[in-house]
Design a protein around this ligand. Sequence first.
Ligand SMILES: Cc1ncc(COP(=O)(O)O)c(C=O)c1O
Length: 431
Amino acid sequence: MNQQSYFEKHLNLNVRGLPVSATLGINELSNKLRAEGKQVFKMGLGQSPFPVPQPVIQELQANAHQKDYLPVRGLPALQDAVSEYYQRTQGLNFNPANILVGPGSKELMFILQLAYYGDLVIPTPSWVSYAPQAHIIGRHVYWLPTQRDNRWLLTPDELEKLCQKDPTKPRIVILNYPNNPTGCSYTDNELKELADVARKYHVILLSDEIYGELDFEGRHVSIARHYPEGTIISSGLSKWCGAGGWRLGTFAFPAALDWLLEGMAAVSSETFTATSAPIQYAAVRAFRGGTRIEEYLKQSRRILKAIVERACTQLNSKGAIVAPPQGAFYIFPDFSPLKEKLAARGIRTSTEMCEKILAETGVAILPGSAFGRPEHELTCRIALVDFDGAKALAAVERYPLGEALPEAFLVDCCFKIVEAIDRLCDWANGS
Ligand SMILES: Cc1ncc(COP(=O)(O)O)c(C=O)c1O
């Protein structure tokens, strides 16, 4: 046996064969094609196109000297700011001591699954990383079906059916809204009905609200309003504050889940120790909000809404079916109505479809199968983020708030998206 194969034998079984996260994989492939001189429209990775708001950047600059390790659960001023943020935006009361800060909500989700012994329940489609995290840790994953015609949302009946089978089994259910990959969100009433089932079976809800502030109308509602005792709200700076690379996420725990917070804090203390100090100081400014941040959010939502709506209308007109999003920057078209036409072009799975689209149009998108959809369903996620967010935010000020943004704005500021969607439409048409 040579040395290499000897060492390979010691790769943890749960990690063996695990590919790099699908979103990061498509980003690397897009960069490679670009480096080879090919034109690539990067619509695979879901990164905010907008710059971090100026007041938050200034706060980071002012705190670059902060060098000490901070408490494992987070900077007390940040815990206060996050608790006050939920009071202000959702009318929810979280004890500041029950806010856990981590280096990205993704890391916190991993530690949650490590600390909590129970099955993971996720609707399909769901964000690409929940299931691999469970797989690495060795937790069982249940995918619950959803329907395109119901905006890919989990229904209370589906949750009830699963819980009924074994009513006392410990479970974490992850709900994500506005959703990645669909952009769809639940109504207040839909949340209430889901909350009733969760309460009945003592399910722990992880409510992933990282896109909450990107609800197009600024009317995001947390399910914690209906099931405060059993809901952990997950959020962070990555999406609404344009700061994915800063790596800061937050979990807000109800008092009844103190024991779980304690378990997670213990694991955190043995792994990441504490989140970057300057970033936490800057995050205080972000969560405190105020006029400039409100303005930034209003304009971001307006731009995203215009882009998303235009893309949906165009793709719908070519025969794809897109459930209309309420927030975030994704759409999840289903090309199944074109199934026969596409089969004649050798396309039978969502992966084949996305590979062909990248090769023939230069548009990089992710197949529905990466989000837990069946391979033969011709769905895909398009992240509508390949534009200069700073330029768009500056230009949007010319158009009074409340007015819809004209086509000319999109053609000027989001021309790559306009072209990518045009290319996709031509491609769907068969040209
Ligand atoms: C639905 C969803 N949840 C969580 C995350 C993780 O965000 P972060 O680790 O940057 O806080 C992402 C990032 O893409 C996401 O799309």
